[in-house]
Design a binder for this molecule. Structure first.
Ligand code: PMP
Length: 449
């Protein structure tokens, strides 16, 4: 029998990661005495860093007042206040918030709300959802079916609903032809979405689902200008909804509260999570437009979906405090300013690197992509698992960064994602890039590149 090191089922069933025993600011402390810079905020979660005193105080106050009340019986003060903060001003027409425990649940709720909306409108035939390849929308079965990450889907393929189909992502580095302008690339992707609507029958499509800035599967991929306006126009023309997944890229990560603000469009339904609660509590939310909710209110009058921990008071209080700190401390400006610095430093450090093909991102959400050959953009052999090696090397040297790729779709190369807390100082941003540079070079050197 293999040696057992922990009763907790970790991601690896062979290795137990070191225990985190504390944190402060952008640092996490491991039991072996190491200080790790949390340069990806876990997976773009810890937007305020660790142990923020105002968030801790708000949580302590809420915990001593009311930790939990079931939503079949009660609302709560923090849930009402958080919803008011998020959608009281109806950004882009989003007027209601449904609080769940994380990103996957927010996506499940979004898919089901879209379906129920059309049922209540008398359009039961709308049962198809179009998403994109190389996307990630969560690991529960509905969210996994929506996602286009071939590697994550493969083991569970027989369980995944056929209601989801996938089109080419707006991933310029790999998908745009050299001869194409951005506008031509957008036009080609729009034509592809249009033909997918036609293939399915436009009157059978419920929604198009996409991340404004792609996080987990491709690494901080921004869309070319005009892409989301084109997608919105196609959805509108066919009477379908636009669902945006801002689980990773939302809540200030790209410099505006919602990433879609920079695209000149707004969704009908939106999923948020990670930066909503900053990791202080497990919380996500579905935000929905008045149009969608009013239709259901006038029909059956109830969203046929629920969880035990909906709108958990302690989770809502933590998220409310996180959002207040972001607003009161002007942290969106910090994201923009430090984001520009991060872009500049990454460009200085990796712009001429022979094995870094792309440096991409927005706000404090950036990635570098490693290539065997810059001219052909050929990836390294996925079996080398370079992204994992860089993660391990960086971690050994006190830097936490988020690796990806290599095995995704078999071809799209290794990348490393950075998503530092919004409170990172200028010196800390420099240190992050220095440490990442050393990790990349050390790994490539030991792989003989
Ligand atoms: N959507 C996106 C874009 C994500 O990045 C993630 C998590 N990485 C999810 C959904 C799922 O969120 P969770 O892990 O909180 O269920």
């Amino acid at each position: 029998m293999a040696a057992r090191t922990s009763r907790v089922l970790h991601r690896s069933l062979r290795e137990t990661p070191p225990k985190a025993i504390g944190g402060e600011g952008i640092y996490l402390f491991a039991e072996d005495g190491r200080r790790i810079i949390d340069a990806s905020g876990g997976a773009a979660v810890s937007c305020l860093g660790h142990q923020h005193p105002r968030v801790i105080a708000a949580m302590a106050k809420q915990a001593s007042t009311l930790a939990y009340a079931h939503t079949a019986f009660f609302s709560s003060e923090p849930a009402e206040a958080l919803a008011e903060t998020l959608v009281g001003h109806e950004p882009g027409g989003l007027a209601y918030a449904y609080f769940v425990s994380g990103g996957s649940e927010a996506i499940e709720a979004s898919i089901k709300l879209a379906r129920q909306y059309f049922l209540e409108r008398g359009e039961p035939q709308r049962q198809h959802f179009i998403a994109r390849r190389q996307s990630y929308h969560g690991n529960t079965l509905g969210a996994l079916a929506a996602g286009g990450n071939a590697w994550r889907r493969a083991p569970y393929a027989p369980l995944l609903s056929a209601a989801f189909s996938h089109v080419t992502p707006a991933f310029a580095y790999h998908e745009k032809h050299d001869s194409e302008s951005d506008a031509q690339f957008v036009a080609r992707l729009a034509a592809e979405l249009e033909s997918e609507f036609q293939r399915l029958g436009p009157e059978t499509v419920a929604a198009f689902l996409a991340e404004p800035v792609v996080g987990a599967t491709a690494g901080a991929v921004t869309a070319p200008d005009g892409y989301f306006r084109a997608m919105r126009e196609i959805c509108d023309r066919h009477g379908a909804l636009l669902i945006l997944d801002e689980v990773m890229c939302g809540m200030g990560r790209t410099g505006t509260t919602h990433a879609w603000e920079q695209e000149g469009i707004a969704p009908d339904i939106q999923a948020i999570a990670k930066g909503l609660g900053g990791g202080y509590q497990p919380i996500g939310a579905m935000l929905a437009s008045g149009k969608v909710i009013d239709t259901i209110r006038a029909g059956s009058g109830a969203f046929q979906h629920g969880h035990t921990y909906l709108a958990h008071p302690l989770a809502c209080a933590a998220a409310l405090a996180v959002q207040e700190v972001i607003r009161e401390d002007g942290l969106l400006d910090c994201v923009k300013e430090r984001g520009r610095q991060l872009e500049q430093r990454l460009t200085e450090r990796f712009g001429n690197h022979r094995h870094v093909g792309d440096i991409r991102g927005r706000g404090l959400f950036w990635a570098i992509e490693l290539v065997a050959d810059r001219a052909s953009r050929a990836s390294f052999d996925p079996a080398l698992k370079l992204h994992q090696k860089i993660k391990a090397e960086a971690f050994a040297n006190g830097l936490g960064c988020y690796p990806g790729g290599g095995t995704v779709d078999g071809v799209r190369g290794d990348h490393v994602l950075l998503a530092p807390p919004y409170i990172a100082s200028a010196d800390e941003i420099d240190l992050i890039v220095d440490k990442l540079g050393s990790a990349v070079d050390n790994v490539l050197r030991s792989a003989n590149h």
